[in-house]
Design a protein around this ligand. Structure first.
Ligand code: AMP
Length: 368
């Protein structure tokens, strides 16, 4: 079997790694000549909307999938015209590319989300404040990531300036949720509707970027864990999503509130390579190719620590017992995810010391 992937970054690299033992060959489309996945997959160097590039990456492919949600609509149309199945289906992209449609979908499913109002001009500010109040967060509806394209609004008076700062139109204003921590849930769904639901995890961010994931989320009440998983399942089913998706959540004293959907494998699921019976990457490959899904259960407890900006010394990381290092082969740059390290143990207590060692090294290297 052969899989085409739009995007050749570290997510595609880990998808290709998962595909290899299954005998599935991989081609990636990525304009960057030194993209991470190009090290192990056939690499088509072209823009995502380049017709010849799209034809090339889909040549001989059973399915084309993607590793990022901002795939141009024209790319998907071109592939569809050539009769190449694109999975997840385009609906997963069109809805999750737009924060407003995403929130509308989840609210319609009865999932708790932050109060929100759409802003298309400065004139919408008063009505948005009436509905949502302040403080809040103003976000661009499209193309935001890792905390980019958003501005905190402390008081009602700050909203007009924030609207101007983000371009005045196509914005969403959300009420600020007071959360105790951030969680996420990863779900894989097969072409036959079968599901593999990973345990919800706890995520800590730094500078708007994921810094550390603890899997499963420590001390999450069973009813909240079930609710988080149910949120992931209802989103996957509502989108008729095939493959992996992730829903980011806030844990609040009043229960779980959903924030956003990523229609793809997710950084908060990297722990599953070593920490789950079947990783999110393998389950995505299995899912889109119509193969049976694997077991998403955790093997003990795991922690994943991101390496951002610059890399700690490899030998120091490898000296931590049980550390698994994944290096994406990218050059250092502020705010850039370069690698991650995963630790797996039998208990939270057994994880504490190796995790602390990894945190010290990775935290010091972060944009150092
Ligand atoms: P997002 O791009 O929506 O994932 O937002 C980036 C980060 O901003 C989240 O991980 C949260 O830490 C924070 N955030 C986003 N939306 C809200 C909200 N409505 N209330 C509180 N914090 C938020």
């Amino acid at each position: 079997m052969r899989l085409g992937i739009l995007g050749g970054g570290q997510l595609a690299w880990m998808l290709a790694q998962a595909a290899e033992p299954l005998g599935v060959s991989v081609a990636v489309l990525d304009p960057s000549p030194d993209c991470a996945a190009g090290r192990i997959a056939d690499h088509v160097v072209a823009a995502y909307d380049d017709p010849a590039g799209l034809d090339e990456v889909s040549k001989g492919a059973d399915v084309v999938t993607y590793e990022f949600e901002n795939v141009p609509a024209a790319a998907v149309t071109r592939l569809a015209e050539h009769g190449v199945p694109v999975l997840p289906f385009p609906a997963s992209l069109t809805i999750t590319q737009d924060r407003a449609r995403e929130k509308e979908l989840m609210a319609g499913l009865g999932i708790k989300v932050a109060p929100y109002a759409l802003i298309d001009s400065a004139d919408d500010a008063a009505a948005a404040l009436d509905k949502v109040g302040a403080p809040g967060i103003l976000k661009t509806r499209r193309l935001g990531y890792d905390g980019k394209g958003q501005v905190r609004v402390k008081t009602a008076d700050d909203l007009p300036a924030a609207i101007a700062e983000l371009g005045g139109t196509d914005l969403i204003y959300e009420g600020l949720i007071t959360f105790t921590r951030e969680l996420s849930v990863v779900v894989a769904r097969g072409t036959d509707g079968s599901l593999a639901v990973y345990p919800p995890v706890e995520n800590e961010h730094r500078d708007g970027i994921l810094a550390c994931t603890l899997a499963p989320a420590p001390e999450l009440a069973p009813d909240q864990a079930e609710l988080a998983q149910a949120v992931g399942v209802s989103v996957a089913e509502a989108l008729d999503h095939i493959g992996v998706l992730c829903v980011e959540l806030f844990d609040t004293p009043d229960g779980i509130v959903a924030n956003e959907i990523a229609p793809r494998v997710h950084n908060s699921g990297h722990w599953s390579i070593e920490g789950a019976v079947t990783s999110q990457f393998e389950n995505h490959v299995r899912g889109v190719l119509g193969l049976p899904l694997g077991d998403p259960s955790a093997r003990g407890v795991a922690a994943m620590v991101n390496i951002v900006g610059t890399e700690p010394e490899l030998a120091a990381l490898l000296a931590i017992p049980g550390a698994s290092v994944h290096t994406y082969g990218k050059s250092p740059r502020t705010g850039r995810k370069l690698a991650h390290v995963t630790l797996v143990a039998d208990s939270v207590d057994a994880l504490a010391v190796p995790l602390a060692r990894a945190r010290v090294l990775c935290d010091a290297a972060w944009d150092a």
